[in-house]
Design a binder for this molecule. Structure first.
Ligand code: R5P
Length: 350
């Protein structure tokens, strides 16, 4: 197990007196390895006020949140009927409490969503005061508009509607693909959209990079890149990405100067890693020095690891918003979002 603690005091906009928060950035091979932090709060008394419904295979993120809040998750069973239907059963006191549903951590996103809907329904029916879905990675966020034609769904909106219909009152998420998705929740369903940027920044500080430029790997991510560039006080560049087919990205051209500079590509999601690999190749052809990548949601599907291994990037920094994959390549580092999420939970319930 290899963990490097950055030891950064947490952002003070949360109720910092409740937690002795410390951020941990981890370089690991296994989700369990991220499970290391300071800031336990075992006598918080929060168990009287909140209940946590865990995922089936508790992730390091969840364990960290539980320990920081001093609240043990309820025993929860998830089973499946032979035809695939999901069955949920929660053991413990729920009536009158704020109930937090932790992100389901299975490999199938649709199944994870169904699990969340059923847990919310169960909690509401058991008398929860409020049901809060913790969804660091908000599924279907990339389908937030009818991008290429009229006969398409707006799946992000549908997901929000289904969450609401199943009894969810609030959502905690991280780096929403598009902030406009918050609008789908309406004005009666608060969405806390946490940023990965402060945690990324803290990690990047340890790299002591000079002569840096922040790169958005597509036009959709310009605002995100702009924010990081402002926080660091450096220039930004933009890759013009084009998708010739589903899951295929090509970096067509670059706006900005990266010659001889250290580049930090900042994106929200790495899925197949096509976007990152193509952007990195283009940056190299334009004379970039070292290339780092930051992205909140490291999904790493298909041959993503291979692409990243072969891409001219030095390090890829992701958060544990989704359960870290086993056997990730050495270039991939994880930073922990548990302090931010625990802080948001305190803001809601403490
Ligand atoms: C797209 O707009 C997103 O911000 C990401 O750039 C995209 O989801 C990455 O996908 P992939 O890794 O499959 O290229």
């Amino acid at each position: 197990m290899r963990i490097s603690s950055v030891g950064m005091p947490f952002l003070d906009y949360h109720k910092s007196s409740m937690l002795n928060r410390t951020l941990i950035s981890a370089s690991q091979k296994n989700d369990a390895d991220i499970f290391s932090f300071k800031g336990e709060n075992e006598n918080s008394g929060l168990s009287e006020k909140i209940a946590i419904i865990p995922s089936v295979n508790k992730t390091g993120l969840e364990k960290n949140i539980e320990r920081q809040l001093g609240v043990n998750a309820l025993n929860t069973q998830v089973k499946h009927f032979k035809n695939g239907e999901t069955y949920v059963n929660i053991d413990g006191k729920i009536r009158g409490k704020d109930v937090y549903i932790m992100p389901a951590s299975g490999d199938n996103v649709n199944e994870n969503l169904m699990e969340t809907y059923l847990k919310a329904d169960a909690a509401k029916r058991a008398g929860a005061e409020k049901v809060i879905a913790v969804m660091p990675s908000f599924y279907y966020a990339r389908q937030e508009k009818r991008a290429s034609g009229l006969n398409e769904p707006i799946a992000a909106r549908l997901n929000m509607d289904l969450l609401k219909a199943s009894g969810v009152d609030e959502i905690i998420t991280v780096d929403l693909h598009s902030a406009s998705i918050e609008g789908f929740a309406g004005n009666d369903m608060p969405v806390t959209n946490l940023e990965s940027m402060p945690v990324m920044l803290e990690y990047l500080k340890s790299k002591n990079l000079k002569n840096t430029v922040i790169v958005s790997p597509d036009t959709g991510g310009v605002k995100r890149a702009d924010k990081l560039a402002k926080a660091i006080g450096c220039e930004k560049a933009i890759v013009y990405k084009y998708r010739h087919a589903h899951n295929e990205a090509s970096a067509e051209t670059l706006i900005g100067d990266v010659f001889g500079k250290n580049c930090i590509i900042f994106d929200d999601i790495i899925d197949t890693a096509g976007t990152i690999a193509e952007a990195a190749k283009l940056l190299k052809t334009r004379g970039a020095k070292d290339i780092y990548v930051c992205a909140a949601h490291g999904l790493f599907n298909g041959d993503a690891m291979e692409k990243l291994q072969n891409a001219p990037v030095k390090e890829i920094i992701a958060t544990n918003s989704v359960k870290p994959k086993k056997d990730v390549i050495d270039k991939i580092k994880y930073v922990d979002m548990s302090s931010q999420i625990a802080g948001a939970m305190l803001d809601i319930s403490a």
